[in-house]
Design a protein around this ligand. Structure first.
Ligand code: FES
Ligand SMILES: [Fe+2]
Length: 370
């Protein structure tokens, strides 16, 4: 099922002066072909070891392991002989050995040994994928290998920095990565879907500016002299006072969304910080058009070694993100079960950043198809 794109009615252009809306355009949705020329997270770094693991990524079953020197390797999880899932084999030295008839594959995918015959034919190989570690994550490129420039892996320095305390979690979600991106750059749902954590009624009046940089979309918001949301205020112990806050949410790539928030306490209690910083990192990888692997990280620049703060932020983040997971799964479920094509998609001015991200995703997906 595909949805026809419509001209988007905007009724409040003033907040989008920095980014005039072009009429029309094509917007990605759950039916748009997946963008392959992109570095996606395939695993937490410590998941990939000497025992092979498999994961379905962009509709392809992938097996991953590490060589003796610690280099990650990614291959199609199918032996080219009789489709045996290679994850059921074993790693010997740097080779992955098929568990059915013993074909041995080098990290570059070439078969180096085939026990049943004396000569290994040149076409005996398995597809491999560029893969690289960065900080706590391992990234994979499922598109044209000639375009797999490791310099394109998103920089997320706070995840590996000793100046930030980070808690993390993950979900498998039965929803599409396009709606996940739109959800993350749409902050108007906060007071309604997340009233107990990130949402406060006052946030609806926060100023908002949007901008694009290449294939990225960013929104910045500012709200002065208002109570902090619980997820920021409780661990900082500033729920009893009004604060100023700024936040940036960024569609960084089809694989990553980042958010950067700062809380300014203009009258800090003795010995307390006047600024509290957060980076929220959302990495997600389509398993298919209708499901994603999702890894989230909540990083803070205060009380970085405090386990109580860790516990609070892990629990509050899990609750907030689960609310998004549920909402997106409910939407995916009804969209896929509706028999007739959706007649319209009503959008408003604050939806514009999400639409911009979806337009970029549509353009990238179409460009890959020539
Ligand atoms: S299926 Fe792998 S060697 Fe035969
Ligand atoms: Fe949300």
């Amino acid at each position: 099922m595909t949805h026809a794109s419509q001209a988007i009615p905007l009724n409040d252009e003033a907040i989008f002066d920095a980014m005039p809306m072009e009429e029309g355009g094509q917007f990605a949705n759950h039916a748009t072909p997946l963008i392959r020329n992109c570095w996606y997270v395939c695993a937490r770094r410590d998941e990939v070891g000497r025992t092979p693991i498999s994961r379905r990524l962009l509709d392809t079953d992938v097996v991953m392991y590490r060589t003796q020197s610690g280099q990650p390797v990614a291959m199609h999880n199918r032996c080219p002989h009789r489709a045996f899932p290679l994850v059921k084999g074993r790693v010997e030295g740097d080779r992955l050995v098929c568990g059915y008839h013993g074909m041995e594959f080098e990290p570059d995918g070439l078969c180096a040994h085939l026990p049943a015959v004396s000569h290994v034919p040149a076409n005996a190989c398995v597809q491999t994928y560029p893969i690289a570690d960065r900080g706590p994550l391992t990234w994979i490129w499922m598109g044209d290998p000639n375009l797999a420039d490791e310099a394109l892996i998103p920089e997320l320095p706070w995840l590996a920095s000793s100046e930030w305390g980070t808690v993390t979690g993950d979900f498998h979600i039965k929803a599409d990565y396009v709606s996940m991106h739109e959800n993350l750059i749409d902050q108007t749902h906060f007071p309604f879907l997340h009233p107990g954590t990130v949402g406060t009624p006052e946030y609806a009046r926060a100023s908002m500016e949007a901008s694009t940089e290449g294939n990225q979309v960013a929104i910045t918001r500012r709200l002065d002299n208002a109570p902090p949301p619980g997820i920021y205020g409780k661990p900082a112990d500033i729920m009893h006072k009004n604060v100023d806050r700024t936040s940036e949410a960024r569609f960084a790539s089809p694989a990553v969304h980042t958010a950067h928030a700062k809380i300014f306490d203009t009258q800090p209690d003795a010995g307390k910080p006047s600024v509290y910083g957060y980076y929220i990192t959302h990495c997600f990888t389509p398993e298919s058009n209708h499901s994603i692997h999702y890894w989230w990280f909540n990083s803070r620049d205060y009380r970085i070694d405090d386990t109580d703060t860790d516990d609070f932020l892990r629990e509050a983040s899990t609750q907030a993100y689960y609310e998004d997971v549920e909402a997106l799964e409910w939407i995916m479920d009804v969209v896929l079960s509706d028999k007739e094509a959706q007649q319209f998609e009503l959008s408003f001015a604050p939806d514009k950043p999400g639409l911009m991200a979806r337009r970029i995703m549509h353009r990238l997906a179409m460009a890959e198809r020539g």
